[in-house]
Design a protein around this ligand. Sequence first.
Ligand code: ADE
Length: 236
Amino acid sequence: MRIDAITTFPDMYGSVMGESMMKRAQEKGILDFHAHDLRAWAEGVHRKTDDYPYGGGCGLVMMCDPIFKATEEVLGLPAGSLPASKDELDAQEVKVVFMAPQGAVFDDATALRLSRVDRLVFVCGHYEGIDERAYCLADEIISIGDYVLTGGELASMVVIDAVVRKLPGVLGAEGGAASESFADGLLEYPQYTRPASYRGMEVPEVLLSGHHANISAWRHQQSLERTQALRPDLLE
Ligand code: ADE
């Protein structure tokens, strides 16, 4: 899968995409990731990407022009062709995702759906928002929750992490992603590792029994009880 991020803060991606599973996914050739500095498509000596809002108000609004030009170039479309060429894009396995608090709230089903696309392009807003006309480029607008971040970069990294770990071959153990929280609509069962006894707290007997059917039944029951206790909304 190829993922591009269009951002005024490309360096923010370095630590997250350069460590752990995200790094391994790239090393294994499963993920091809690029962060692009939006300023490269901005005009003038100051390479401004934002301007004052029409109608007044505080803060600055991100301008359409750099976002359109960046999206065209990143997707290999002729300069000036968007939004008219958007239909051609829709025929390809590419999704343009805008990160914004007014988007649909991100969840596991969305992560799975996005993991089946060949290419994702994230557009990350900052300041007081993005010129509304830029949203015509979006296939999806995604929020990671009902709170406002200073920018879409962190939010996009949350989405990228959740999507990439679903790609075949990224997680070490086969089926790792299939048995975890949300995959079956339930929270994951409790996990334990050595030692079996720690500061007076014991690992449940059944997990030491080696009896796979009993372990499986216990885990399912724990998933149900935990979901009922912590996230009853998931059972509705
Ligand atoms: N940008 C600012 N806040 C955000 C949020 N909650 N989700 C996605 N992008 C954002």
